[in-house]
Design a protein. Sequence first.
Length: 97
Amino acid sequence: MIFTIEEITKRTIPIAIKHGVNRLCLFGSYARNEASDDSDLDFIMDDGDVTSLIKYMSFVQDLEDEFKCHVDLVSSCSHNKEFLNKIKKDVVIIYER
């Protein structure tokens, strides 16, 4: 199933709030409107309260349960500037507290 950015936003906000995320952005094929039935969801987050591996995995699991697809979740502080610059043009803000 292919989701719209509006659907992703609506379904993701409650999960981001539950986990105390400061900011969550979509990047990749969905952000570029190039998603296919096989696409996963790619998110980059400003951690907020997601400060441990257990909290991170719980957040990912909740997203995967909601969308029934694989979710890649990266932290904005865990990747180098080259990666962040590469995805910068594709980023769509989904949630900001």
